[in-house]
Ligand binder design. Structure first.
Ligand code: PNS
Length: 158
């Protein structure tokens, strides 16, 4: 079965990568859908977020990445994907994930599998990574190398 791992990936973190890898261990194929939550503002442009996801997952067999523009359930249907996989760190974002999972299930019957974030990455989010990088800290331990390099060049130009 093919699964979709959706997110905004602003930028992709080691926590995301861990979820993508674990999703691929369960499903035959994983399509990472790089979209946007209309109520959030982003540091990286959609094309750059997609490029970073592609670079960070290039070594993973059976994993690809594509832009997500419309509804996630339509994306799943058009790609023949039977499941959505998301990581869950707990707290309020978990509640929101459950609400989205119920809405997506209600619309088309697609199931969502929520993988608990690995303990090692449970405190890592794109928001905190951006904050650390913006204030001059070292985000490298929490993101793929290609993202660490991009954050460093961005800061040099700020
Ligand atoms: O990184 P995020 O904020 O968890 O990503 C959220 C995203 C892009 C996966 C979510 O906003 C989404 O699925 N957007 C696509 C539009 C859609 O289907 N919205 C209704 C979901 S119930």
């Amino acid at each position: 079965m093919r699964a979709v791992v959706p997110g905004s990936f602003d930028p992709i973190t080691n926590g995301h990568l861990d979820v993508i890898r674990r999703a691929r261990a369960i499903f035959d194929e994983v399509v990472v859908a790089v979209g946007a939550n209309s109520s959030k503002r982003y540091l990286f442009e959609p094309v750059e977020r997609l490029e970073l996801v592609r670079a960070a997952t290039a070594h993973l067999d059976g994993v690809s990445a594509e832009p997500l523009t419309g509804l996630l359930v339509d994306f799943c249907r058009s790609r023949g994907a039977g499941a959505i996989v998301k990581g869950g760190r707990g707290g309020p974002d978990f509640e929101f994930e459950v609400a989205m999972a119920r809405m997506n299930h209600s619309m088309t019957g697609v199931e969502t599998v929520i993988l608990p974030a690995s303990a090692q990455w449970s405190f890592v989010s794109s928001t905190l990574v951006r904050e650390v990088a913006r204030l001059g800290g070292d985000a490298a331990p929490y993101v793929p190398d290609v993202v660490a390099a991009r954050l460093a060049t961005r800061r040099a130009h700020d």
